[in-house]
Design a protein. Structure first.
Lengths: 114, 433
């Protein structure tokens, strides 16, 4: 089963967690999940200020500068995880360092013919 | 001529018998089929189909000798047909056939009991909203109809149907596992299951009699679920404690409310009308559980309830013991409701002045402040604050929506505190005059 992890952070509530080196902890998480062959792909994203949002309305291309959703929550990165079931996905998400100050949204990938 | 009424009453008997059998067997059937098909939604639909066939067949031919086994076989054949006909169910069909060969479901077999437990853990998975956990458990484990659940939980049938559909879709597409959690996660997940049982009971307990009969019936269903779990997971002291707590509360059900539907305070309840068989069972259960030496919140609440239920009168009540139990409970689960309840026992042991001083201290410490339902109406209202907060909770309970729902959980506690605080305050006022 595949799940997309959306690594969610929030302007208002983000605070550093004492004793947590986010960079090193994230590297350790990558290494563990790669070794366990759970992580298919994943990237950190550039800040949302650099987002370009595209829509085509009545055939007319519309671009806007900034993210799709104007909220204090934003997606800082993503990982595509392959694991046994939701319980294992929860276990993997709980180990992600961002879970300690942000949140990991687990989205099951749409399975056709299921 | 004379046939017709007799036939009608037979029909009624068959329907009642079927409803009873279905409630008893639903968890076994849905559990076993979910394991075989790997699909809870399909399993539940097939169980429903079996129920519908039974209604038709049993009316014509009477009750079969083993109704549960009859339902299981029909449901299983139905699942096989559905999988065979489906164009996209190839792997599920292979899985079904493989498992059927290895271990055919046999009512009463050990594996079936495990299936029921798997089903409970799936329905009470924390990735589902609490409302969804309760609804799914009532539907699949306890075999209530969507209409019955909607009525009992004060919502419309379409809303409830939608809630069930969504929950089952989440289980299916997120792949919430159909398994008993491993040792490391077991106690945490069991706690979630116990919470569902507790909420289910309180949903019913908050309701008065009469028109709300079905809601009160939820108490019976919660007890049935707790008994079922106690059979599946023996030697879990908190589970025994919870079952004991429910039995001890349920034993007082006929005296809690007067003919007008108003709540009757403990002091005015006719103790001779309490169900003493349930009290004995509950008291014995909690005593045995506590002897295992792993006290938990449910056991302690049950022990407190046992002190009340086994006392001959208010005066005969062992308030010192109750106070001691509250101390342990409060240390374990700091909660404003428990702290408030404790002051009632404190008033009985050390007198109302001490209890009121404790209430003041509680408020001054700000422990009650973070709890929106107990927030005093104004800053200088102490010690009336918590007392009025009790009244506010009663108001919230009467109001529909989220607050009412949440408040009901604390209903019984608060009513008791409210009544006791009224009398304590009345006493202090007369003493002060």
């Amino acid at each position: 089963m595949k799940y997309l992890f959306l690594i969610c952070v929030n302007d208002a509530t983000n605070r550093p967690v004492q004793g947590l080196d986010v960079g090193a902890a994230t590297d350790a998480w990558f290494n563990e999940m790669n070794e366990r062959k759970k992580r298919l792909v994943g990237e950190r994203l550039r800040p949302r200020e650099e987002a370009t949002t595209v829509s085509v309305i009545d055939g007319k291309l519309t671009l806007s500068d900034g993210p799709f959703a104007e909220t204090k929550d934003f997606i800082g990165g993503f990982d595509l995880i392959e694991c046994k079931d939701l319980d294992e996905a929860i276990e993997i998400a709980a180990k992600h360092p961002v879970a300690q100050f942000g949140a990991i949204e687990i989205r099951p990938i749409w399975v056709w013919n299921a | 001529m004379t046939d017709s009424p007799a036939a009608d009453s037979d029909k009624g008997d068959i329907e009642r018998a079927l409803t009873t059998v279905f409630r008893e067997e639903s968890g076994r059937i849905v559990g076993a089929l979910t394991r075989l098909c790997g699909d809870l939604d399909l399993a539940e639909e097939c169980a429903q189909d079996a129920f519908a066939s039974a209604l038709e067949n049993w009316r014509a031919e009477g009750l079969p000798p083993r109704p549960g086994a009859w339902l299981m076989v029909v449901a299983r054949n139905r699942a096989f047909d559905r999988l065979r006909r489906g164009t996209t169910e190839r792997t599920k069909l292979e899985h079904f056939l493989m498992l059927s060969e290895n271990s055919g479901p046999q009512p009463g077999g050990g594996e079936i009991d495990d299936d029921q437990l798997r089903l409970v853990f799936t329905c009470c998975h924390l990735a589902l909203a609490t409302e969804a956990q309760i609804a799914l458990t009532l539907r699949t484990v306890l075999g209530l109809t969507t209409a019955e659940i909607a009525h009992a939980l004060l919502t419309s049938e379409p809303t409830m149907a939608q809630r069930l559909v969504r929950a089952k879709a989440k289980i299916k597409h997120s792949l919430i596992p159909f398994e008993v959690p491993d040792h490391a996660r077991f106690s945490g997940r069991l706690a979630a299951v116990l919470h569902v049982v507790y909420l289910l009971f309180n949903e019913g307990y908050g309701a008065a009699g009469g028109a709300l009969y079905l809601r009160a019936e939820l108490c019976g269903e919660a007890i049935r679920l707790a008994r079922l779990l106690a059979g599946l997971v023996p030697d879990e002291p908190e589970l025994s404690g919870l079952l004991a707590l429910l039995l001890l509360q349920h034993a007082r059900r006929t005296t809690r409310v007067d003919a007008q539907g108003a709540l009757v305070p403990l002091a005015n309840q006719d103790r001779s009308r309490w169900d003493h068989a349930l009290i004995d069972e509950g008291a014995h259960l909690v005593e045995t559980a506590l002897r295992q030496g792993h006290a938990g919140p449910y056991q302690l609440q049950a022990a407190i309830a046992a002190c009340h239920a086994t006392a001959g009168s208010m005066a005969d009540t062992d308030w010192r013991e109750i106070l001691g139990l509250y101390d342990v409970l409060l240390a374990m689960t700091p909660s404003p409701v428990i702290a408030l309840n404790r002051t009632v026992a404190l008033a009985e042991v050390d007198g109302p002045k001490v209890a009121l001083a404790r209430l003041d201290a509680l408020e001054a410490s700000g422990q009650l402040a973070g709890y929106h339902l107990l927030r005093p109406p104004c800053r200088n209202a102490s010690p009336i604050g918590p007392w009025r907060a009790g009244g506010r909770i009663l108001c919230a309970r009467a109001a529909p929506g989220r607050h009412g729902r949440r408040a009901r959980i604390f209903d019984t506690e608060i009513v008791r505190v409210d009544r006791r605080l009224r009398s304590v305050l009345a006493l202090t006022q007369t003493q002060g005059d």
